[in-house]
Design a protein around this ligand. Structure first.
Ligand code: ADP
Length: 191
């Protein structure tokens, strides 16, 4: 099994690189952002709760995303491993992920962190807004998301450093260049 968390600030290319990774390594994709947006479009109770927070650039509560992750893990078909995109996003989520994996006799092999300078990130998000029209890709909301990232999500790096699971990857370059760098990290785990 190969279990990976893909980490990085908004706009760092997690969604795009995730697709390459799950294809090459045959992993099951679990994106908390996608799951939340799906709840929003189905207008579930959870979706309505999450939408208000997401549209303000805030994180949704840990208990809520952890429940979603457990649901996905419980219902997953047999797989080569899991790729978590956008999770964990707080130290508390990271600690709980270690526990819920251990309870299933699984282990997170690596946290791959896509590193991109902030000025480039803002530009990418504003460009994406023109194409995809995501309601949280406006200038004000992007700023709020970066604030949440700096205060709540950045500390997750130290959590994984302490476990020797932190693998920084330069996220600047073409999609292929970045994917080659990610493969250099992941191939080391394949036996
Ligand atoms: P991005 O990485 O571009 O910010 P995502 O699609 O991963 O986009 O997430 C969109 C929004 O969904 C986040 O800004 C946040 O409000 C919410 N969200 C996603 N994952 C989590 C999580 N693990 N914990 C809390 N909130 C989350």
């Amino acid at each position: 099994m190969l279990n990976i968390a893909l980490f990085g600030p908004p706009g760092s290319g997690k969604g795009t690189q995730s697709k390459f990774i799950i294809d090459k390594y045959s992993l099951t994709y679990i994106s908390t952002g996608d799951i939340l947006r799906e709840h929003i479009s189905r207008q579930t109770t959870l979706g309505l709760q999450a939408k208000q927070l997401i549209d303000q650039g805030h994180l949704v509560p840990d208990e809520l995303v952890v429940k979603l992750i457990e649901e996905k893990l419980n219902n997953a078909a047999k797989t080569n491993g899991f790729l978590f995109d956008g999770f964990p996003r707080t130290c508390s989520q990271a600690k709980i992920l270690e526990q819920i994996l251990a309870a299933r006799r699984l282990n997170l092999n690596a946290m791959v962190s896509l590193e991109v300078p902030q000025a480039e990130l803002v530009q990418r998000l504003l460009d994406r807004a023109k194409v995809q029209g995501r309601s949280d890709d406006t200038k004000e909301v992007i700023e709020a998301r970066f604030k949440e990232y700096a205060s709540k999500t950045m500390p997750v790096i130290d959590f994984y450093k302490a476990l020797n699971k932190y693998h920084p990857v330069n996220g600047v370059g073409t999609l292929d260049e970045v994917f080659v760098r990610i493969q250099q990290v992941l191939d080391a785990f394949e036996k």
